[in-house]
Structure formats: structure tokens, C-alpha cells
Design a protein around this ligand. Sequence first.
Ligand SMILES: Nc1nc2c(c(=O)[nH]1)N[C@H]1C(S)=C(S)[C@@H](COP(=O)(O)OP(=O)(O)OC[C@H]3O[C@@H](n4cnc5c(=O)[nH]c(N)nc54)[C@H](O)[C@@H]3O)O[C@H]1N2
Ligand SMILES: Nc1nc2c(c(=O)[nH]1)N[C@H]1C(S)=C(S)[C@@H](COP(=O)(O)OP(=O)(O)OC[C@H]3O[C@@H](n4cnc5c(=O)[nH]c(N)nc54)[C@H](O)[C@@H]3O)O[C@H]1N2
Ligand code: SF4
Ligand SMILES: [Mo]
Length: 675
Amino acid sequence: MNAQIIHAACPHDCPDTCAIRVTVENGVAVRVQGDPDHPPTHGALCTKVARYTERVYHPERLLHPLKRVGPKGSGRFEAVGWDDALSAIAERLRLIAARDPEAILPYSYSGTLGLIQGEAMASRFFNRLGAARLDRTICASAGSAALNATYGSRVGMHVEHFQESRLILIWGSNSIASNLHFWTFAQAAKRAGAKLICIDPRRTETADKCHEHIALLPGTDGALALGVMRELLLNGWLDEDYIERYTDGWPALCEVAQAWTAERTAEVCGLTAEVVRALACDYGTLRPAAIRVNYGMQRVRGGGSAVRLIAALPCLTGAWRHRAGGLLMSNSGWPRVRRAALERPDLLAGRTPRTINMSTIGDDLLRDGSADFGPKIAALIVYNSNPVAVAPESSKVVRGFAREDLFTVVLEQFQTDTADYADYILPATTQLEHFDVHTSYGHTYVMINEPAVAPLGETRSNSAIFRGLAARMGYADACFGETDEQIGAQAFDASVDFAALRRDGWVRLDVPEAPFAAGGFPTPNGRAQFCPVGMGAADFIAPYESRGSAPGLAARFPLAMISPPARHFLNSSFVNVTSLRSIEGEPLLEMHPRDAADRGLRDATLVRTFNDRGEYRCKLSITDRARPGVVVGLGVWWRKLGPAGTNVNELTHQGLTDLGRAAAFYDCLVEVAAV
Ligand SMILES: Nc1nc2c(c(=O)[nH]1)N[C@H]1C(S)=C(S)[C@@H](COP(=O)(O)OP(=O)(O)OC[C@H]3O[C@@H](n4cnc5c(=O)[nH]c(N)nc54)[C@H](O)[C@@H]3O)O[C@H]1N2
Ligand SMILES: Nc1nc2c(c(=O)[nH]1)N[C@H]1C(S)=C(S)[C@@H](COP(=O)(O)OP(=O)(O)OC[C@H]3O[C@@H](n4cnc5c(=O)[nH]c(N)nc54)[C@H](O)[C@@H]3O)O[C@H]1N2
Ligand code: SF4
Ligand SMILES: [Mo]
């Protein structure tokens, strides 16, 4: 037998970006395994990707270009040849562009985080066309804006160093589900005697395994950080020397914190004052103390301010002095990626097309042209994303996608909820069939992904599809002729040895062991900024929808709903992989026994969850994983697989976060009733 081992990388939107070894026999990928030599991967993959071949060779893979034959949304298509499909698409785009190229909108996010199959050739194409630009806000932009403002970039601790910490706060993250390889290091710390505290409204599988679980109300993390700050101050647990030398703005922040007594904090967060004081005591006295804050806590109106406040904590206690102290939210700012070489903004040739926020796609697809909005959106090119399932306020998103005058092209591996609304579906390769290079937002390595097998059927990589479209649009620029390997070789500056990357599969970035032990933040003056230019000190910002901030609404819809990811799905990916879907079972809404009793609801019955935006039906799970007042709809199911053809995003809204213009998925009031 002719077996080969290929270096690959996990393409999914997960902080772990595992290094993978693919075993190929006679042109077929038979096994994927974690690279045992790559320190964060440690030879292990999560359950989802360990079964990757099931996804790649799935009987429902899209293998041929398809053209719509039924009404939009019906999912009825017929096969067409690539030539016909690309020519027809180019012709339609040319017609629209002749009136106004800004009526064409790319829509993409995190199907793959690869630098090449993500935004390289696609951006070149849309820049050359002068299409509208997409503000990619659906996940992390509130926290990113907060880190940029406070530390100067999205930078933090090496994930490996958490194993040496004595205290770990897991803040707004279900690590076992969504950051498994961090959890391995946290467990090593736990075995060595560290204390683990989970801060999460839901009692997750991660909370179960921590020493303490602080189940605050959604969207109140900023208040908790301020309450902790005041206790640190009162008890003399601040590192005055670190604050003095390496930070700016503490006097103003201190004044805000003074107002947050443990009692007031407890009232806002739905906790007791003792819990707030005990958290501050642990954080002030156990060293080194590390915080793994993740995106779960920033999907609310005040998400940006909350991250600014949490990011201040390790500066106030000087936790950064030790390599096992500090904070990790994202490491995406460490690798020096040559974005301009990849995406070629020079092809805009001086044009500055309008920007559309992906988190308000529901409203924007339904808007007419106007002086401030620009032209009505006439064409959508969707790749690496499933907006009909994942974008907030689905009823509007669906109405927008159903517009008969909208021309929609979807590049996909599967016939998702979004693909059902396409005029043309173009079949895309998976990670095992194309070349890519990867950075990570959770560790400090870069990875290569060599193609392991030939493209299945007639599938083409995203870059090949955009290359083909560029040719049909008559774009003669040399950059459209570059191969994926040529693009990959331009991705990094000299800090990454590309030959070593291809040889070994991954390369460690040269990031200092304790990056901010003596300041050195990537801000203009090297200090952490508590009052960055144009912003005062952060304070708590209440959710759009909560008992305190919207009492009238809360009288009608008294339950706060959060919709974090299910462990065996990755956003809406993998929902169609049978073995994983059978582990998750079916869409569920978790509710505390007391809330269920108040409503006379019975376990495992069908319920309707509703608010003024819509209604979602699924099975009820009565469990104390949900705290009183909060219900949990684990996401993100495909709409067409739900009992009533909808999912949780039927209920979420398009209100944006305070920083970063992000979606506020977990800032959502609902009521639940029997069907
Ligand atoms: N298995 C799996 N892994 C994933 C994903 C997936 O869908 N499935 N998604 C990937 C993506 S796209 C991302 S962005 C990351 C996300 O990574 P994380 O941000 O770590 O996401 P989650 O695991 O969703 O953890 C979010 C946790 O936040 C809690 N939470 C909700 N609201 C609040 C709040 O107001 N305050 C606090 N403190 N906690 C809150 C939720 O209950 C949930 O347990 O994970 C990635 N990894
Ligand atoms: N209610 C609620 N909604 C949420 C969230 C939540 O927690 N609650 N989480 C939000 C978050 S954090 C995120 S990041 C977004 C994620 O939303 P999306 O970025 O839309 O991510 P996925 O749902 O994984 O869909 C990615 C799609 O890309 C396809 N794909 C993968 N690789 C390729 C490729 O190489 N080429 C092409 N053409 N396609 C490919 C996959 O088949 C999949 O259908 O969802 C958000 N939506
Ligand atoms: S989804 Fe995350 S944990 Fe699973 S293989 Fe990919 S990077 Fe690793
Ligand atoms: Mo995300």
C-alpha cells in the first residue's frame, strides 16, 4: 500500500488551530491525527475534526456547479458546467457594476481561517471590481477593539504557560467545548495545585470541572470587573509600581471603580457580595494569576467596555510580570501578516467603496438605495459563511435573501440554509483538497496546510473560483495569475521561514516569554491604556435587553436567552455530519426547574420561545445548567433541521456592541410557553 503523511492545519474558527497529519492511501484520506510534535496540539484533535474524513467524503458534498430552478429558498437546482456558471455570473456582475459596483457585496466569515482560501484572492477580486466592503463583525470585533485600545493590539499570553499558573479565571468561555487545547494546560495547572474559577451564566462542562463557578447574569461582566477592582484597591492588592511605570489612565479608572461596592456589583450581576469579595481576594493574592477571557462575554451591548475593564486587571496587580500571569483573549496580533500583499488594496485605485456591516445584513438587504446608504444591494457573493443560519434576526435575513431582484452566488461545500437561496451554487474544496497557510488567535505558531488529496468531483478552491471569475471579467493584473503557493510565500515577512514551515508543518513565532513583564505594550508609548485617545475610562454598560435596562420589555419577556455553541458543532458547521449530530441529539432550550415550574412546563416537551422579533420551537430541557432567569439555546443548528424550520437567531436582534460594531447575540429577552 502506498501511504503518505501530509502536513495540514485545522481551518475552523477555533483558537486552537491544530497541526494535523493526514494519512493518504491510494489518493484517499483515510485518517487525520493531531501532530504530536506541535506543542499546543499535543497529538490530539477534538471529536469534530478527528472525524474529518466523514465530512470530506460526506455523501451530500456539493460536487458540481448548480443553477437554481425553483423559487428562492426551495433548494431546487440543476447541474451546470463551470464555464456556463462562471460566464453567467460574470455577465451579471458586469451589468450591475456598469451602474454601480458598490451594489455588489461579498459576504464571508470563518468557514476557513486560512490566509489564502479566506480573503486573499477574494479580496483582490472585490478590490479590483470596486465592490462594497464588508465589516466583519459577527464574532470578535468588540473584544478586538477593546484589546487594541488597551494593549495596542490583539496580544496575550502563550497558551502553554497557563500550566504554570496558580489561579486561572476562565471568563466567558466553555473551554472544554471551544478551546480544548487550552483546557489541557489548565488541567495540568489544576493537577499542580492551581485554583480554577469559571465565570459564566451557564453551568457548562467546563464549570463542572473548575473549583468554583460564578454564574452571573449575561452582560454584567464589566460590573464584576469593576467590583473586583474596588476590592483590590481597598485591600492593598495593587502593584503600584507596575501601574506607575507601565500604564496610563489609572486615576480616572480608579474613580469609576470607587462607585462599585461589592454590594452594588452583586445586585447588578445577580450574585452575592461575598462572591465578589472572594473573587477579588483570590485574584489579589494567588500568584501568578492568569485570565482566559473569551468571546462569549462580549456578545452584548457593553461587550467592548467589559473587555477593556477585564484587560485592565492584570495591569493593576502586575500579573504580567510573570510568564504564567496576565491574560489571553486573542493572539492574532502577534504574527506579522503581509495583508496588503495578500489582499492588494492598491487595486481599489483610489476608490473608497462603502462598508456594510455583516451583523446588520438583515436590515441592509431590505434597504432601498439612498444618499447615505448608497445603492440597494443587487448582488451577494457568499463564501466561507452561512448567514441565513448565523446572522441575527433571521426573519429579516431570510426576507432579504428571498428578494427576487437579488442575485446571489454561494461558494459552499454543502447545501446549507444559505445555499438554498442562491441563484448559483459553486462547489468548494475542503481543507484536505487545497493549499493554505494559517495563523492562530489562540497560540503563537503558524501552520501550513498542504493538499492531501485531489479535489473531489468538480470542486474548486475559493481562490481558483475567484481566479476564474477574474479571468471572465477580463482582469489582466498579474496578481490574478499567482498560484496558491506563490500567494502563500508572500504571507509573512522574514520573521517566518517559509521553507521551514513547509518542511515541518509549523513554525513558532518569536514572541517574548513574558511579553509585558516590563511594559512594552504595542501602544504608541508602550504603556497599557485605560483611557485611550478619544475614550474615557470604561464603565459598566447595561445590556439593551435586561430587567434593569428595559423593565417594560422584561415584564413581557422576562427570560434572558444566551445561545453559545454546542460542543460537537462549530457554529453551523458539522450540523450535517450524522455522527456528530446524533451526539448533540436535537435543538434544545435549557431552563432552570424553578422557571419551568412557574410556567407549568414539562421536561422534553416541545416549547415555543418568542419575543417581538419571532418565534422558535424546540424541545425543553429542564436543568440547573441554566440559572434562574436565563435560558440557553445551544447553537447554531441549521434552520431546515429544526422542528419548525427556524433556529435561535429568529430571536436575536441587530443592535450593535459599544465598540467594534459587533453583533450582540447574548443580549436578548424572551418568553417561553408550551406549544
Ligand atoms: N465546539 C465548538 N468550538 C468552537 C465554536 C463552536 O461553535 N463549537 N466556535 C468557535 C468560535 S467562532 C468562537 S468565536 C469561539 C468562541 O469561544 P468562546 O468565547 O470561549 O465561546 P464559548 O465556548 O461559546 O463560550 C462562551 C461561554 O460564554 C458564556 N456566556 C454567554 N454570555 C455570557 C456573559 O454575558 N458573560 C459571561 N461571563 N459568559 C457568557 C456561555 O454560556 C458560554 O459557555 O469558539 C470557537 N470554538
Ligand atoms: N445565535 C448565535 N449566532 C451566532 C453565534 C452564537 O454564538 N449564537 N456565533 C457567531 C460566531 S462567533 C461566528 S464566528 C459566526 C460564524 O458564522 P460563519 O462564519 O457563517 O460560520 P459557519 O456557520 O461555520 O459557516 C461556515 C460555512 O463555510 C463553509 N466553508 C468551510 N470551508 C470553506 C471553504 O474553503 N470554501 C467555501 N466556499 N466554504 C467553506 C462551511 O461549509 C460552512 O457552511 O456565527 C455567529 N452566530
Ligand atoms: S476545531 Fe479546534 S480543537 Fe478541533 S481540530 Fe480544529 S483547531 Fe483543533
Ligand atoms: Mo466566532
